[in-house]
Every structure is written in structure tokens, then in C-alpha cells.
Write a protein that binds this ligand. Structure first.
Ligand SMILES: [Zn+2]
Length: 461
């Protein structure tokens, strides 16, 4: 137990909305307990998936905390389930604020971990376990805050809906169902996105609001030839034709793009980079056609994806015998498409670049949904800045675009703006989401609760 850490953080508070220390402390203790138990459910897709049991446990906790039983539903889908908990507001005509998260986690093999991934441990100021970062602590914090608000008799004007999917890490079937059900939402607060960065010295650096995601796409390239004996080669060789196309695609660069979100992002992080990289970010933010800036950013694996669409070869196979002309050669090109660009347009550009009529292109993408960025709403930005100012004063806030997909994609695709706004701050060196020995600093807990209380009160008005 690290109560001392929380109490230190709580007494440092000067926020006007701070509850009496013992109330907040109680919520922090409940959130930690909830997170530890949550991590204990092995919510991994496949045999033994405990997502339905985890959902039932969360429902029981929410109902015990003051939610009406009929306002918390758990719906099974295949081997998983999704949960919807509605905190009723005073104006049933107002569109709800949706808090989005996911209950499932990525597989973790106990043999590879220092500790059992499904037995949460609080140690050295961290909570350890699969889901400690992605994202059971986030769920516990949001749920504990909602329960605290219920206890305090808080009445929002809008409904606040906690919507937890059960397969975000895999098929996203429940994510799509939830978005469809909640398409009348005012906005989505995705607590699995955005968030804060701690420097390696432990000092908060900045906070980003996730407002866009790149679109994931897979294109299959294939060439078929009649084949034949390898002692009688012909000019048209399926492997050579495919290889030539892949080389041309490999050296192609899509026209760099800038959006209000990436502009804000580059301007925000530029001061924290090496002078060369920082200057390139500022120059690109001012003029996305700046050649020198493009060269510098394109050479950085961390930032090349922020300046436009990227496509790379990820798989290749061909031929069927050592001594036969290949009858078939195929490759996969994986693309991360800039928001607002249609996958069909990217595939057409690749076909043009490949300039190889024998190569057939096919969009084989599964489970992706092209979406535009969510507009940066002033009410959202103001509420996030205010909530953060209460817990991490002076920390800069700016937007970000994620290279990966989350449940936000499904909400955006049905027209509901979605924002990554997780209050957790972690160091880059502590980010083990999807990896080994996942952990999150526990001193986030009381701060996150105060953040949620402020954010939810403001946005549900
Ligand atoms: Zn996640």
C-alpha cells in the first residue's frame, strides 16, 4: 500500500473542487482495489476469456456504488461481452457524454513475466500487471470517480455513459456495436488515448488530447504466371515482377500533409526535441511543403508517420518448388493512412507507382474503418485544460494523432467526435503496454480522480 504517496499528492492540492481529503482518499483506495481485482481477470480472447466475468464484477461494483441495476447492462458477444453503465442526468433530451474504454487485454505469458501478469502487485510506487497501463487502471479510476460522484449526490444535466468494449485488442466487434448504440452521443471521452508524458526525471512534460487516428489498411499484391521448368526461363517471372513493383513502392513518398491536429502537435513538442528536429517541426508546421523539414522528419521513425500516409512491405511469399518457375508471388503492403484520405485513393497511387501491369492489387484490410479527425472543440479543450491545471499546473496541452487504431475509430465513423483524454502520466521508459511487466505509477491515482471529477462535471453540464 502506498497511502503516503496519495496523501502527499492530496495535500499538495489547491484545487477549489477538491473534496475533503478523507473522501478523496477513500475513492483512491477503492480505485486501487478495483484495479487490482480487474487485473486478476484474464480478459484475453480465446479459451478461458474472462471478459464476461469481469463485466459482471464491474456491474456488481457499480450497482453497489449507487447505479440502478437496470442502468448497467452486460451483453455477451461470442466469447466476450460489453458493458454500458448509464449515470442518469436531469435532462433526458440532452445528448450523453460517453466514456469509452475496453475490458480486454493483450495476451501475456506468465513464463515470460517477472511476476504473474494476472496477479496485480503494488510495489515501488507502481501497480504491475497486464492491463496496468492498457487499460484496467483507467477503468477503475473512471468507475471509482463515478461512484464517488453518485455518493456525493452529484446530478449531471447530460447522461454520462460508461461504455466498455470487450474485444478492442482483436476483432472490435463489440466496439462497433457500442458505437452504433451510442451514435446519439454528444462526444466520446476515450480514456484509452491521449495522456501525459513524464520526463525521465519524473517531471510532467506535456499532455496530449488524441483527436485523430490514422487509418490502417492492408493491400495484397499478387502476380500469377503460367510457370514451367526452371531450366527454360522466360522473361515474365512472377517473383521478379513483384519484386520490381515492391522496390518502386518502397522508394515512394506520399505527399506530406498537415492538419490542425498535427500542426498543434509539432508546435507543442518542438521545444522538447534536439535543436535540429525542433526546427524541422516548426518549419513543417509553418509550411508542409518545406523540403528540408520533410527530409529531417521523414528520416525519423518516430515522426515520419506524423507527416503523411506511409506504406511498407510487410510480408512476401512466392514460388512452389526450387526448380520451377513461380506460378504465383504475393506480398502485403501495410499502410497507415492520413485522416481524411480514402484507402482506395492510396491503393490507386500504389498501383501507379508500381507501374507493373502484371501485379494485381486487392484491399484485404480487416476490421478497419477510415475516419476523419475529430474537430478540436473549444468546450472539450477548455474542460481538459481546467481539469489538468488542477492537478498538474503549468503542463502544456496540445492535440495528437495516433498511428494506431482504438475504439475512437468506431465512434468517429458514426459521426460522434472522440477524444483521447486519459489522465495518466507515465515515462516513456515505463510504457510496457502490450509488452512485459506492464506497470503504471500509482501516484497518478488521486490526481486522476480529481481530473475526472472536474472533467465530467464540466462536460455533463
Ligand atoms: Zn488499449
Amino acid at each position: 500500500m502506498h497511502r503516503l504517496v496519495w496523501i502527499a499528492a492530496l495535500t499538495a492540492s489547491t484545487a477549489a473542487d477538491a473534496l475533503p481529503a478523507q473522501t478523496a482518499d477513500r475513492t483512491a483506495i477503492e480505485a486501487i482495489e478495483l484495479a487490482k481485482r480487474s487485473i486478476g481477470f484474464r480478459t484475453v480472447r480465446g479459451p478461458g476469456n474472462q471478459t464476461p466475468q469481469f463485466a459482471a464484477y464491474l456491474k456488481q461494483q457499480l450497482v453497489a456504488g449507487g447505479f440502478a441495476a437496470e442502468d448497467v447492462t452486460v451483453t455477451p458477444v461470442d466469447d466476450t461481452a460489453y458493458l454500458v453503465a448509464r449515470y442518469r442526468g436531469t435532462d433526458s433530451a440532452a445528448k450523453p457524454i460517453v466514456i469509452s474504454g475496453h475490458m480486454d487485454v493483450v495476451e501475456a505469458k506468465p513464463a515470460d513475466w517477472e511476476r504473474d501478469p494476472f496477479t496485480a502487485v503494488v510495489e515501488n510506487g507502481y501497480i504491475y500487471g497486464r492491463g496496468a497501463t492498457d487499460m484496467k487502471l483507467d477503468i477503475a479510476l473512471a468507475a471509482a470517480t463515478l461512484v464517488e460522484m453518485k455518493r456525493a449526490g452529484f446530478k449531471p444535466r447530460r447522461d454520462i455513459v460508461l461504455a466498455l468494449s470487450g474485444d478492442e485488442e482483436t476483432t472490435m466487434k463489440t466496439s462497433a456495436i457500442l458505437a452504433e448504440q451510442l451514435r446519439n452521443g454528444e462526444m466520446v471521452l476515450n480514456i484509452d488515448g491521449g495522456g501525459g508524458l513524464l520526463g525521465e526525471d519524473g517531471k510532467p512534460q506535456y499532455f496530449t488530447i488524441g483527436a485523430a487516428e490514422k487509418t490502417y489498411a492492408d493491400f495484397e499484391l499478387s502476380v500469377t504466371n503460367p510457370g514451367g521448368h526452371s531450366s527454360a526461363p522466360r522473361k515474365d517471372n512472377a517473383i521478379n515482377q513483384l519484386a520490381a513493383a515492391l522496390v518502386r513502392i518502397g522508394s515512394h513518398r506520399f505527399t506530406p500533409q498537415l492538419s490542425p491536429i498535427t500542426k498543434g502537435y509539432f508546435e507543442g513538442i518542438a521545444p522538447r526535441q534536439t535543436p535540429e528536429l525542433g526546427a524541422a517541426m516548426r518549419a513543417f508546421a509553418a509550411d508542409p511543403a518545406d523540403k528540408a523539414a520533410i527530409e529531417t522528419l521523414a528520416a525519423s521513425p518516430a515522426y515520419v508517420g506524423q507527416i503523411g500516409t506511409t506504406c511498407v512491405s510487410t510480408m512476401v511469399s512466392g514460388g512452389h518448388a526450387l526448380n520451377a518457375l513461380p506460378q504465383r508471388a504475393t506480398a502485403n503492403i501495410n499502410c497507415r493512412i492520413f485522416p481524411g484520405v480514402k484507402p482506395a485513393a492510396v491503393m490507386a497511387e500504389l498501383e501507379k507507382v508500381a507501374a507493373e501491369p502484371a501485379v494485381t492489387f486487392k484491399d484485404v484490410t480487416e476490421g478497419s474503418n477510415p475516419t476523419d479527425a475529430s474537430p478540436l472543440r473549444p468546450d472539450l479543450t477548455a474542460a481538459v485544460k481546467k481539469a489538468l491545471a488542477g492537478i498538474r499546473p503549468g503542463v502544456p496541452v496540445f492535440p495528437s494523432m495516433s498511428a494506431g487504431a482504438s475504439d475512437s475509430m468506431w465512434y468517429r465513423s458514426v459521426g460522434v467526435p472522440s477524444y483521447g483524454v486519459s489522465p495518466l502520466f507515465i515515462k516513456e521508459s515505463d510504457d510496457f503496454s502490450h509488452g512485459l511487466n506492464e506497470r503504471t505509477p500509482i501516484d497518478n491515482v488521486p490526481l486522476a480522480i480529481r481530473y475526472y471529477r472536474s472533467l465530467l462535471a464540466d462536460l455533463s453540464k
